[in-house]
Design a binder for this molecule. Structure first.
Ligand code: SF4
Length: 242
């Protein structure tokens, strides 16, 4: 049976179950810029899967571009990437595993170590990732790029779109697709799909500073520190203390 819920703008939504991954009738997406394919920067499987499903349902030729030298440490990077590869293989989507030039990322964000999340360090971080995405797109015949980063409610979508548009503007004729992947229950399906696929559940954005800051926040709330590499959507963490 359906339930009523408030959709955030004061209106009652009749039945959120119509947005569930099982029931949702996906609209046919139209790519801007007259594009015939898209290069989709991906940050991780939980954010990417709903976007990938939406693109697949519209038969959009999609290449996943995994470029995230911000993720720290290396084993965290590896598990996030492997989960994304697993889902790309399931959908038969091409997956580009790009460089892990972490040293360059630390250079780019030097002096911003103590900036808060959604601040200027994050702008530099998005800029770096999108510039490389746009460069790859230009060299490989893509006129349209986008990113899965914007689906997360932890992120500032305007900030991400601004960085994406700036990166695309470096190449004549290229566009950054600012589609709002959160709308029409996108955030709800993101969690549903993550549980269904039992994706690895990261508990910090990615960089060493976000790990530090999340742990400091947890400490201030008397909560245990993050235990990396053990938590998966839809699975119980059996050894909480050990
Ligand atoms: S908090 Fe996230 S977006 Fe911001 S710099 Fe760190 S990894 Fe990048």
């Amino acid at each position: 049976m359906g339930r009523r819920s408030n959709n955030g703008d004061g209106k009652q939504d009749n039945d959120m179950s119509r947005f569930s991954a099982d029931n949702y009738e996906r609209p046919v997406l139209e790519m801007p810029n007259g594009a015939d394919k898209v290069l989709m920067h991906s940050c991780c499987a939980p954010c990417a899967a709903e976007v990938m499903d939406a693109l697949a349902a519209s038969d959009i030729e999609t290449t996943i571009f995994f470029y995230n030298p911000n993720i720290h440490p290396r084993d965290e990077y590896n598990i996030r990437k492997e989960e994304n590869i697993r889902y790309a293989e399931k959908l038969g989507m091409e997956f580009i595993d790009w460089d892990y030039n972490a040293r360059d990322w630390f250079d780019r964000t030097k002096g911003m170590e103590d900036e808060p999340e959604r601040g200027i360090r994050c702008t530099a971080c998005f800029d770096m990732r999108f510039e490389v995405t746009a460069d790859y797109a230009a060299e490989n015949g893509f006129s349209l790029i986008s990113s899965t980063l914007g689906i997360s409610r932890w992120k500032n979508m305007q900030q991400i779109n601004g960085c994406g548009e700036r990166a695309a503007a470096r190449h004549p004729g290229m566009e950054y697709w600012t589609f709002n992947w959160r709308k029409e229950g996108g955030s709800q399906r993101m969690i549903e799909i993550s549980k269904r696929e039992e994706f690895y559940q990261q508990e910090y954005c990615g960089c060493v500073y976000s790990l530090r800051d999340t742990n400091q926040w947890r400490e201030s709330k008397n909560r245990p520190k993050i235990k990396r590499l053990v938590k998966f959507y839809g699975r119980e963490v059996l050894d909480e203390e050990g």
